[in-house]
Write a protein that binds this ligand. Structure first.
Ligand code: SF4
Length: 104
């Protein structure tokens, strides 16, 4: 089964596939994806915009990031409340987490 994260996500959507669900089992103890985090080479403030600020710059970087699935999986697992992770805002991650819980 393939579902997509909330329509509110901008740009290319990250398909929530079996491979993605498998990535959810990575666990927060395996943070190897961080080595290739594209955001580590950019302005970190773009990933933590002020309330009402734009998220488009951070999301456009995430769309080019090769470790997006692992990043998003960890943020979902940790119920990360702040910032852009895996190309999703906190609100988008909450919706995705709700969808994933419904699938289990
Ligand atoms: S997906 Fe986005 S937030 Fe996650 S590591 Fe890549 S650039 Fe950083």
């Amino acid at each position: 089964m393939t579902i997509l994260p909330p329509a509110a996500s901008t740009g290319r959507q990250l398909a929530v596939t079996a491979a993605f669900l498998e990535a959810l089992n990575v666990g927060s103890s395996d943070a190897s994806w961080r080595v290739d985090a594209l955001c580590a080479q950019t302005d970190p403030e773009a990933f933590y915009p002020e309330k009402g600020g734009t998220t488009s710059q951070a999301k456009s970087i995430c769309r080019c990031c090769t470790v997006r699935a692992g990043c998003l999986a960890e943020a979902l697992e940790r119920d990360e409340r702040f910032g852009i992770w895996g190309g999703m805002s906190e609100r988008e991650r909450r919706r995705t987490a709700t969808t994933l819980r419904a699938m289990r």
